[in-house]
Design a protein around this ligand. Structure first.
Ligand SMILES: NC(=O)c1ccc[n+]([C@@H]2O[C@H](COP(=O)([O-])OP(=O)(O)OC[C@H]3O[C@@H](n4cnc5c(N)ncnc54)[C@H](OP(=O)(O)O)[C@@H]3O)[C@@H](O)[C@H]2O)c1
Length: 277
């Protein structure tokens, strides 16, 4: 009997299985009910015909799941003119439905999802996996100045364990039982590398930096990202909160030009940037 077509459901199964493997060996592993051979780094070969949608899914996500050790990916959904929200912080929604499913897939592939205080304050997001099958990651809120109110859903709803990293811990009794406050010792503890060390020490080695622009930019500037997924939607916001902002450069020789692949995502385009081999 010839093997069934490899569709999106089977491709997603293979990607989730890849995320749970030990990729220290260089040999290919057989996943997705024997239909998919995957190599460390995300190269793959199928035993059966693969649908176009499943091919795009495997190409865009296996490089982020067939990896060992620490892995950090960031994603931003931006307009054509590089904005992730209006000036008042409205961001629902810059990107389309397919891109939101993609974001939920990224959440399902990591141990922890990190957001900055600006996003927690503006969006109060759930940061859970709802559009696909998978487990909710630990939520990490970077809120050094204690700007995020105790009444926020993210500090009240027990959908996922939550780390509130702040110099101004809120009274324990005002927070949900799922929330732990972590108080940094000093500025050094808040560098992206120190924050990732803190998470790794808790077994949270695969991390998604979900925004906003300032938070992603800090991790990018510090050289802590393995991959960056920028989803560009065909709209012009005109002004508003910027996506990536880095230190000024004088000539384009100094611009970052990482290896990049693109994928259609509904009306949006995903730019998958490999920042580290
Ligand atoms: N379209 C998208 O993909 C997307 C995704 C996420 C968010 N958003 C939108 O983006 C907007 C917020 O983005 P934003 O760039 O203004 O802010 P943000 O990145 O969410 O938050 C920035 C703040 O987080 C804290 N922070 C982040 N990294 C830190 C670090 N390493 N050490 C210490 N503190 C750190 C700082 O808080 P303090 O200022 O208190 O020091 C910093 O000012 C919202 O409107 C949200 O709706 C859009």
């Amino acid at each position: 009997m010839s093997p069934a077509t490899l569709d999106v459901a089977l491709a997603w199964q293979g990607i989730c299985e890849a995320r749970r493997q030990n990729w220290d060996a260089a040999a290919a592993l057989t996943l997705a009910a024997g239909q998919l051979r995957v190599w460390r780094g995300g190269a793959w070969q199928a035993e059966a015909p693969v649908t176009a949608e499943a091919t795009a899914l495997l190409d865009s996500l296996l490089p982020s799941s067939a990896t060992s050790g620490r892995f950090v990916i960031a994603q931003l959904g931006q307009s054509l003119d590089g904005r992730i929200a209006t000036i008042t912080g409205a961001s629902h929604y810059v990107t389309g439905e397919a891109s939101r499913v993609h974001l939920h897939r990224l959440r399902a592939l990591v141990d922890a999802v990190v957001i900055g205080a600006g996003t927690a304050f503006a969006d109060d997001p759930q940061l859970t996996v709802r559009h696909v099958t998978g487990d909710n990651p630990v939520r990490v809120i970077l809120d050094p100045n204690g700007r995020v109110p105790a009444t926020s859903d993210v500090l009240q709803r027990g959908d996922a364990p939550t780390l509130h990293i702040t110099r101004h811990p809120l009274p324990r009794e005002t927070l949900g039982a799922h929330v732990e406050s972590l108080v940094p010792d000093g500025a050094a503890d808040l560098t992206p590398s120190a924050l990732l060390d803190t998470l790794a020490a808790r077994g949270l080695r695969r991390v998604l930096i979900e925004g906003g622009g300032q938070t992603v930019s800090r991790f990018l500037a510090d050289g802590q990202l393995d991959r960056l997924h920028v989803v560009v939607a065909p709209l012009l916001i005109g002004s508003g909160r910027p996506a990536v902002s880095l230190a000024e450069i004088e000539t384009l020789d100094a611009a970052l030009r990482p290896p990049c692949r693109t994928f259609a995502m509904g009306d949006d385009t995903l730019f998958d940037l490999a920042l580290r081999k």
